[in-house]
Design a protein around this ligand. Structure first.
Ligand code: PLP
Ligand code: ZN
Length: 411
């Protein structure tokens, strides 16, 4: 089952019936200029009163918050990723009740599968045959994978500099890949021009409102796996700010449905050079990031598409934001991998880096229940991690040689 809903503009508050709009608020988006955050991003507003009436708090039916009926879901196993306590990493960071939600274990290796899945379901509902997206890499590799399962055509605009493993994923799943000599922001603009002219359903993040609803399921799962309680704090990697908004939406739905009193405090973590949302949160004034250049390719963006909603989400939750350097990201990635068994790609490792940076910070109670949202798998970009590692030299297969190797290996 899924519930009745309307779309509501996060800027002007206007409401639209489900099939009255596809992408943005027609009024607010009229003033959108490419190269800036999107205007008039839509939020799904359920009929919370009828949800409350139909809800059994002892046996919660999570399909109540589905924005697309299950009949249209593609046959692929997205979500239901592990939620585990990570005490050894917690001890390093100085937090006693630390958890990881490992979304690197989705079919294509990132949380993006959740958005691709729901937009693909919407394509099946509305009869669209082709899905189109611009991506730094993961949204595209994810969409390619989901489209392969759903039997939909997939067209991808991606910066030519995307990590090779992500390009390989897109190609192996049979997507039409259009590498762009330019940035993610260029690819984003081009894909909008493409669907405006040639059609197809555009899955660009935040541009299609169901990307937020899809990503929301990570938050609903955290609540379910945490036996029906909201954690106190969640650290979220932030590029365009859609994952963050999705996690917020999960707890917004739960609160509006009467299941929780308070949404978790959301801590947005960005890369130092890709910090437009962080500065927007801190200052209240929006400016694009000047020259995003970070090892965390999945969160490298000059004009984050969902900046407005992401800022609202952090402020409403009583959270805050911070940035981490590339060196801190790589150190966080290594520490997380060594103490938890979780290999996170650099963009996902920003939350590990952020947690280490927040050691002793008065803004977070060291005993609070904190969740690190791990958004992507490290094998998507092994080159990034390799920079800090040393492959031991090869030796002859003799015990004496091995003993020599063991004594001169720098640990
Ligand atoms: C896309 C992505 C992010 C950032 O998500 P936004 O919605 O763009 O903020 C973080 N980590 C990984 C691995 C991603 O693929
Ligand atoms: Zn509007």
């Amino acid at each position: 089952m899924s519930s009745l809903f309307e779309y509501q503009c996060c800027e002007c508050g206007r409401r639209y019936a489900r099939d009255e709009v596809t992408y943005l608020c027609p009024v607010c988006s009229a003033s959108y200029r490419s190269g800036m955050p999107l205007k008039g991003v839509l939020r799904v507003e359920f009929d919370y009163e009828s949800i409350r009436r139909g809800l059994n708090p002892r046996r919660i039916d999570y399909t109540l918050w589905n924005a697309v009926e299950e009949d249209y879901f593609p046959p692929c196993a997205v979500g239901n990723t592990p939620f585990t306590r990570i005490d050894r990493f917690g001890a390093l960071a100085g937090f006693a009740n630390l958890w990881a939600k490992n979304d690197g274990l989705n079919p294509s290796g990132s949380l993006k599968d959740r958005a691709s899945f729901l937009v693909a379901a919407e394509a099946r509902r509305t009869g669209a045959r082709t899905l189109v997206a611009a991506s730094t890499g993961n949204a595209a590799s994810s969409l390619a994978s989901v489209c392969a399962a759903a039997g939909l055509e997939c067209i991808i605009f991606v910066p030519a500099t995307a990590p090779r493993a992500k390009l390989v994923q897109m190609l192996i799943h049979g997507a039409r890949v259009l590498p762009i000599n330019g940035t993610y922001d260029d690819a984003f603009r081009l894909s909008l021009e493409y669907t405006a002219k040639y059609g197809g359903l555009n899955r660009n993040t935040a541009y299609h409102p169901l990307t937020i609803e899809g990503k929301k399921t990570a938050g609903l799962e955290i609540f379910r796996q945490n036996v029906g309680r909201a954690p106190e704090v969640i650290l979220v990697p932030v590029g365009d700010g859609v994952i963050l908004s999705g996690v917020h939406k999960a707890f917004y739905d739960l609160k509006a449905s009467g299941l929780i009193e308070k949404v978790p405090r959301l801590v947005a973590v960005q890369a130092e050079s890709s910090d437009a949302i962080h500065r927007f949160i801190e200052s209240g004034h929006y400016r694009n990031a000047k020259k995003p250049q970070t090892i965390a390719d999945s969160i490298s963006v000059a004009a984050p598409s969902n900046a407005i909603m992401a800022r609202q989400a952090v402020l409403e939750s009583g959270g805050f934001s911070l940035t981490v350097s590339d060196a801190e990201i790589l150190a966080g990635q290594k520490k997380l991998a060594e103490t938890t068994g979780i290999f996170a790609e650099p963009a996902a490792a920003v939350v590990a880096a952020g947690m280490l940076k927040l050691k002793g910070d008065a803004r977070i109670d060291p005993g609070a229940q904190i969740v690190l949202l791990i958004t992507g798998h490290g094998l998507k970009d092994p080159g990034a991690a390799l920079g800090r590692l040393q492959l031991p030299r090869a030796v002859e297969p003799e015990l004496g040689e091995i003993e020599k190797l063991l004594t001169d290996t720098i640990r």
